[in-house]
Design a protein around this ligand. Structure first.
Ligand code: SDX
Length: 446
């Protein structure tokens, strides 16, 4: 079957025509769906009705599941834009709250909008006191992502008009309030998950601290010794949050949009996103990178590790490398490496064995035919864990803070999906099971 742009041989138009090479030689005309930049789309919505066939794209690598104004990625050129601004410029000039506002509202905030938004984030940073009881159901050694996912879904019984149809029964103001509450409450929930796992007293958000400062304050302050604000570390943490804020239709964001299309409470949608993010192929990779570096141990062991990676039977992957979209370097990885140097320098860490090993590993991989031929480059997860560990954050908490940051993108995408006219998501499948058959007669009872 051939899809052909019919512009060149019939009246100039943006229509496409599908030719069937089978004996039926069916022809289906579909219109082009325009993107502002990047690949255009072929509108397949009438395919089944016109031709009785499905488009087939397992894993959706060639499928645009929506139209979105939020994030643009050019995987060939290593470009990442949020509402048209490059991640490099945003990392240089904006704060995480400003980028969170940009993602949800389309423009960077004015000074007044920024002040109001930060005031709202502080006002909503607290959690209902009964949430403290949720943790008691978890073992202390539960993975923090399990606790985050479970308690976040439970927050839907406190916030977000739990049973209301989010598409038809709530006002835009209520929707806006839910997005604010989710971005505001995630750092407190993340910190409490950590404190509970350590048996430490829960710390409350402190007025006057920035979003990033409060993340670190609620993690590390002790009743007798509040966390001392370190502006360099706080700024680095703010940038790390920003670099994780949104990334188009990755698995967890697509999950949030799909779950949200049922009209369910936004806290449950974000909990579904947290669940998807946890996977080691996705957001869980940052934790896996540290485990991998600790397993390799020293640069002398790199050749043996690379041999295992190249051995298909071994199923060993170089975590923090490769990407479904980037076939060039992930722009966030370069920015993350710069932040790594800033943080280690601020902490007076002259030789971080993990960083030295990671740099050697990256250099080896980038000069290795296996990686070059498969266009595998470092992604956002390759350096982030080294920084977070140096800041005193345990690797089991890395994906938790990935989720804190990504909540800004998830709520923006959830809102955009609800405001679009697209209804409930419902993919189909090519049925490959047994054709119709009768249930065999039961063996006559002897
Ligand atoms: C994130 O999508 C997003 O936007 C996600 C994200 C975001 O911000 O939301 O960017 C965050 O999830 C980043 C990715 C984090 N994951 C990892 O670092 C885990 C390690 N990487 C991979 O498992 C893998 O690269 C994926 C899952 C990320 C992407 O997989 P692809 O593009 O589907 O690649 P593939 O599995 O089809 O592999 C193609 C080939 C295979 O070899 P062959 O069968 O052709 O011989 O490349 C090999 C793979 O074995 N390969 C790797 C590899 N990644 C791919 N080999 C060794 N190490 C790797 N990391």
């Amino acid at each position: 079957m051939v899809i052909k742009n019919i512009t060149e041989d019939i009246t100039p138009s943006n229509d496409w025509e599908l030719y069937s090479l089978s004996e039926t030689s069916r022809r289906v005309r579909m219109s082009e769906v325009g993107a502002n930049i990047g690949p255009q789309g072929v509108d397949m919505r009438s395919l089944y009705r016109q031709a009785g066939v499905f488009s087939y794209d397992p894993g959706f690598a060639n499928t645009a599941s929506c139209e979105s104004d939020i994030t643009y990625i050019d995987g060939e050129k290593g470009v990442l834009l949020h509402r048209g601004y490059s991640i490099e410029q945003l990392c240089e000039t904006a704060s995480f709250p400003e980028v969170a506002w940009l993602l949800s509202h389309g423009e960077l905030p004015t000074a007044d909008e920024k002040a109001q938004f930060e005031k709202g984030l502080m006002r909503e940073a607290h959690l209902h006191e009964q949430i403290r009881n949720f943790f008691n159901g978890f073992r202390r050694d539960s993975h923090p992502m399990a606790m985050l996912c479970g308690t976040l879904a439970g927050l839907s019984s406190f916030y977000g008009n739990q049973g209301a149809d989010q598409r038809h029964k709530i006002t835009p103001e209520e929707r806006e309030e839910s997005t604010l509450r989710l971005v505001a409450k995630m750092p407190t929930l993340a910190a409490w998950v950590y404190r509970y796992s350590r048996g430490l007293p829960l710390i409350y958000p402190r007025p006057g601290l920035s979003y990033a400062e409060n993340c670190l304050h609620m993690l590390f302050s002790m009743p007798e010794a509040p966390w001392e604000v370190n502006p360099v570390l706080a700024k680095a943490f703010d940038k790390i949050l920003m670099l994780h804020a949104d990334h188009g239709q990755n698995v967890s964001t697509a999950t949030v949009r799909m779950v949200g299309s049922t009209g369910v409470n936004p806290f449950v949608c974000i909990a579904a996103g947290v669940a998807a993010l946890w996977g080691p192929a996705h957001g869980g990779a940052n934790e896996a990178v540290l485990d991998m570096l600790d397993e390799i141990g020293t640069p002398e062991n790199i050749p043996a590790f690379m041999k295992r990676v190249r051995n298909k039977e071994d199923k060993t992957r170089l975590m923090g490398f490769g990407h479904r979209v980037y076939k060039n370097c992930d722009p966030r990885a370069k920015l993350m490496r710069n932040i790594c140097y800033e943080v280690l320098n601020e902490l007076g860490i002259k030789h971080d064995p993990r960083l030295e090993l990671a740099l050697k590993l990256e250099e080896t991989a980038l000069n290795n035919g296996y990686f070059i031929s498969r266009r595998l480059y470092p992604n956002v997860d390759f350096y982030s864990g080294i920084i977070l560990r140096a800041m005193g954050i345990p690797s089991s908490m890395f994906t938790v803070f990935f989720a804190v940051a990504r909540t800004a993108g998830w709520v923006a995408q959830w809102k955009e999906m609800l405001e679009s006219k697209v209804g409930i998501s419902r993919p189909r499948a090519l049925y490959t099971g047994p054709a119709f058959r009768d249930v065999p007669e039961k063996e006559k009872q002897s």
